[in-house]
Design a protein around this ligand. Structure first.
Ligand SMILES: [Zn+2]
Length: 328
């Protein structure tokens, strides 16, 4: 009985196909012609004087973009807290393998640990972790209330916000370059990547590597599972800094009387300095897309404090050449 139904359906389909195949063929040919015309129009646009002249005119803008694209790849992207006890006495007995898939190529990633941290916990802990994420994060993933933790967190936060700041700057530049060309709409819709390639822009494939921390409960039979996940983005890192700092202050450590580097402090320093590089004098007023960073005048590693009088606004180039000098 069932086979009979299948056979009838098959015959009906066959008849339908016979009836409509000329329509299908016409549609296919029509689409082919459309794609061909679109392709020809695109080729014509990329060879037009309009496109080529503008491209030549903004040569230095493209160079600036590529320089920053190059710079963004040098910013450390290992944004995971590494506890002191991560390397214990017997750690050489285990082989560590980083099997995470990289979405882009980097030459510097020796320090990479796997950025997914999973803690198997009881249901109670999983629930508590979703209510008090910072407290549970510090407790179960070993972020002790010590100055060393604060230093490391501050470094992570600095790298994340530097990366976010730079990636945003690149996006704004990309948008401005694209607007400058003002290409026909179909180019933007279908050939945007080719447009950016043809300008000579080297658009980096950057993913900010936020570590994640997961509390997971799996029932004995494996039927039920619940988890709470915390993403180590700048909001979380700053909250952890504040939590640890409060704990240290409670212990009345003198060194803990430091203020924390936060995004809002960075923004207020830039505003105080009038969005002007304190070394070369470049400013947002002349270059609206100038990439500015906030720098410790006396580096933290040398005992410099995070206080407004030890902070200054620098453009990324001056900041980079300053840190190169310190390393040398
Ligand atoms: Zn500068």
């Amino acid at each position: 009985m069932q086979y009979l139904i299948y056979a009838i359906i098959l015959v009906l389909l066959f008849m339908l196909l016979q009836a409509i195949w000329p329509v299908l063929l016409t549609l296919a040919i029509g689409y082919g012609i459309y794609r061909f015309i679109r392709y020809r129009m695109k080729e014509k646009y990329f060879q037009s004087p309009e496109f080529l002249d503008h491209k030549a005119k903004i040569d230095s803008t493209i160079n600036d973009y590529n320089e920053i694209a190059n710079y963004v790849q040098s910013i450390p992207n290992d944004n995971q807290f590494i506890p002191d006890n991560a390397k214990s006495k017997y750690s050489d007995l285990a082989t560590f393998e980083n099997t995470s898939r990289q979405d882009y190529k980097r030459d510097k990633n020796e320090k990479h640990l796997n950025s997914n941290n999973v803690y198997s916990a009881s249901l109670q802990v999983v629930r508590n972790a979703s209510e008090q994420p910072i407290k549970y994060l510090c407790k179960y993933f070993d972020i002790p209330a010590k100055d060393e933790s604060l230093n490391q967190l501050e470094e992570i936060d600095t790298n994340i916000s530097r990366m976010e700041n730079t990636v945003n700057n690149l996006k704004e530049r990309e948008q401005e370059i694209q607007n400058g060309f003002n290409p026909p709409k179909f180019i933007l819709k279908y050939y945007k990547k080719e447009l950016l390639d043809k300008t000579g822009m080297q658009v980096p494939e950057i993913n900010i590597d936020y570590a994640t921390y997961t509390f997971e409960y799996v029932s004995a039979g494996g039927n039920s599972s619940q988890k709470s996940t915390i993403t180590f983005d700048s909001r979380t890192v700053e909250a952890v800094e504040e939590y640890i700092s409060d704990k240290i202050k409670y212990k009345k450590s003198a060194k803990a009387q430091r203020s924390l580097m936060t995004n809002s402090l960075r923004n207020s320093i830039k505003e105080r300095d009038n969005y002007t590089c304190q070394m070369c004098g470049a400013s947002i007023a002349q270059q609206s897309l100038l990439l500015l960073e906030v720098d410790h005048i006396m580096p933290v590693a040398k005992g410099g404090l995070t206080t407004p009088d030890n902070l200054q606004t620098l453009c990324w180039k001056c900041n980079r050449s300053k840190s190169d000098k310190i390393i040398a």
